[in-house]
Design a protein around this ligand. Structure first.
Ligand code: SF4
Length: 361
């Protein structure tokens, strides 16, 4: 007899870990409100205080030149394109100065897979930032690290350790998309494989670095592949405990070769809720107002999310795909408060940094 969603949800509330089979049953047959109710209950158990955290930061994309040419990406350019760029030191300086002026505590530093820039370029960039500013650098997702390793004929561990010595603090979970080789070979055949993505994260965790995990969904994957993705993340977290947070967000199709229509609301909330239920070993789940807008992001706070992510003083990648929601700091705080929570600013390790009290991770 097929698994019944109500039985699955009851067993979850009794403390049973969700199996892959049960997760698939939830994706295929469970109504979104029941999922939301259980995800919200789990969020409350993990975060009993009615607090939703956020971070003030800026996404800085140091270059849009990329040889990967993923079919879902509207951001990349070839080296000869008229709007191709590599940020100058001066531009970098201005962006970080402005971020700090707006109360920012970190930058997300990511770029395309540039064919020519050697490791020295990135290490110099990190040293320059750390010399000029006191700011946390969350940077270089696994595809970039794999690219650096190939281009410089170095091991992953050596690349990470050099970047870290130059000032890298934590690694973002970008480039995970869906950790299934079938999906990746179709959408991003030149990018790192699922195993390589996981290997970078494992090595970083073993070296004592914290990272985040992401999932970009609703493109060419099926539900079983979403479950496969969640399962791989959970397995690695069982081993290393290195992920600070999980951030699911939906594919934005405009201006991309892959195309299609974006999914909104219900599919997003359902996937968010199942992620909260499935990933019982990851403390923080982030809502994506950047792809969903403020109203759905607010609802997400009742579907398992305990964090609203970044104020994103700057964001280029999703904007290139035709979506450009903006949110000021006061709007973000208001949105959290209107949903019945207390907004609290955090750092990249999910410690509160607004002086009221501390939350560890
Ligand atoms: S998603 Fe990243 S790796 Fe893929 S084309 Fe865009 S910038 Fe390049």
């Amino acid at each position: 007899m097929p698994l019944q969603p109500t039985d699955v949800l009851r067993s979850v509330l009794q403390g049973q870990r969700l199996s892959e089979e049960a997760a698939l049953a939830l994706f295929e047959r469970c109504d979104v409100l029941s999922l939301g109710g259980v995800a919200d209950e789990i969020r409350k158990r993990l975060h009993p205080e009615p607090i939703i955290s956020y971070v003030v930061d800026r996404n800085i994309n140091y270059t849009n030149i990329c040889i990967s040419r993923c079919s879902f990406c509207a951001f990349y350019r070839s080296a000869g394109a008229s709007d191709a760029y590599v940020l100058s030191r001066r531009q970098l300086f201005q962006k970080i100065k402005e971020t700090i002026g707006l109360g920012g505590t970190q930058i997300l530093l990511q770029g395309g897979l540039h064919p020519d820039l050697r490791l020295q370029f990135y290490c110099d960039m990190l040293r320059f930032i750390k010399r000029e500013f006191t700011i946390h650098i969350h940077g270089f997702s696994p595809p970039e690290i794999i690219h650096f390793a190939r281009l410089n004929s170095m091991s992953i561990a050596e690349i990470i350790s050099r970047l870290r010595a130059a000032g890298l603090d934590t690694i973002p979970g970008g480039g995970a998309e869906i950790l299934s080789e079938r999906v990746r070979s179709e959408m991003s055949p030149h990018k790192c494989s699922a195993d390589e993505w996981l290997r970078v994260m494992k090595i970083a965790h073993e070296m004592g670095m914290r990272t985040t995990a992401t999932m970009m969904f609703a493109h060419s994957e099926n539900y079983a592949e979403r479950v496969e993705h969640l399962s791989k993340i959970r397995q690695l977290q069982d081993e290393t405990k290195g992920f600070t947070a999980f951030i699911p967000w939906t594919f934005q199709p405009f201006n991309t070769r892959l195309g299609g229509m974006p999914v909104f609301g219900v599919e997003y909330l359902k996937t968010l809720a199942i992620s909260r239920i499935f990933l019982d070993n990851i403390l923080n789940i982030q809502a994506s107002w950047v792809t969903q807008g403020s109203k759905i992001a607010q609802l997400a706070l009742r579907f398992g999310a305990n964090d609203l992510g970044s104020t994103m003083i700057e964001e280029n990648v999703v904007r290139a795909a035709g979506v450009s929601y903006r949110m000021s700091l006061s709007e973000m705080k208001g949105l959290i408060a209107d949903a019945g929570f207390q907004p609290r600013q955090r750092d990249c390790y999910y410690n509160f940094i607004d002086g009221v009290s501390e939350k560890g991770n």
